[in-house]
Write a protein of this length. Structure first.
Length: 203
C-alpha cells in the first residue's frame, strides 16, 4: 500500500500530457515494440491485465498460498490498527467494503469493456476475485475469534443487486451510502453509546 501511495503521488507530479500518454493503450503497445523491457505492461492472452505490478488471474486461481499471502499482507494493516489500539486505548472498527466485481451479470460486461478483456479472461478474473474474497472472509473470521471484543465487518455481499447501487465496478450511487451508513451504525452503536456514557461519567 505504501508503494501504491508513492506511485499515486508520483503520477500527480507528472505533467498532464505525460499522465494521458501513460494511460493510453496504444502508447503501451507501441512502447513495448520499441522497448522489450516494457512488454510486461501490455495485455496478452497469458497476462491480459496491463499493469506494472499485476499478476495473471491464473496465478491466484492455481496457487492457494499466493492468495493466502496476499490477503494476509492486506489484513496486516488491520492487525496494525489492533496493536495500536492496545497501546493508545481506542476501539478500532475494520470494514471490508462491498464488492460489485463478484456478480457475473453486473461485472462481466463491465470488465470486458473497461479492461478490453475477452469473455473467458474476464471470467478468470472474476474467479480470482472470488478466491481472494473468500480467503479474506476466512481470515476476518480468524481475527474475530482472536479479538472478540473488537469490530470486524465483512460487507462483501451487502449491496445486492449491484445494478441498484453501483454505477461502475468500484463506485456507488449516493443512495448506497445511506445503506452502508445504516449497517455500519447498527454494528457500532453499542460502542458509541458506551463511549458517550464514559464521557458523561468523567465529567
Amino acid at each position: 500500500m505504501e508503494e501504491a501511495w508513492d506511485l499515486s503521488r508520483q503520477e500527480r507530479r507528472e505533467p498532464l500530457w505525460r499522465v494521458a500518454l501513460e494511460r493510453s493503450h496504444l502508447f503501451r503497445i507501441v512502447r513495448a515494440r520499441l522497448d522489450p523491457n516494457k512488454r510486461k505492461l501490455v495485455p496478452t492472452a497469458d497476462d491480459p491485465f496491463a499493469g506494472t505490478n499485476a499478476v495473471p488471474p491464473g496465478r491466484v486461481i492455481s496457487d492457494r498460498n499466493f492468495a493466502v499471502n496476499q490477503i494476509t499482507a492486506y489484513l496486516s494493516n488491520w492487525q496494525k490498527l489492533v496493536e495500536l489500539a492496545a497501546a493508545y486505548h481506542y476501539q478500532p472498527v475494520c470494514i471490508l467494503s462491498p464488492a460489485a466485481g463478484l456478480d457475473p451479470d453486473f461485472a462481466l460486461p463491465r470488465m470486458m469493456s473497461a479492461f478490453r478483456l475477452d469473455r473467458q479472461t474476464a471470467l478468470q478474473w472474476m474467479h480470482a476475485f472470488e478466491i481472494l474474497y473468500q480467503e479474506a472472509g476466512r481470515q476476518i473470521e480468524n481475527l474475530r475469534a482472536a479479538h472478540p471484543d473488537l469490530i470486524f465487518l465483512n460487507l462483501t455481499g451487502l449491496l445486492k443487486p449491484p445494478q441498484q447501487y453501483y454505477w461502475d465496478l468500484g463506485h456507488v450511487y449516493d443512495e448506497a451510502n445511506t445503506v452502508l451508513a445504516e449497517r455500519i451504525y447498527g454494528e457500532i452503536a453499542p460502542l458509541i453509546d458506551a463511549s458517550l456514557r464514559s464521557l458523561e461519567e468523567r465529567r
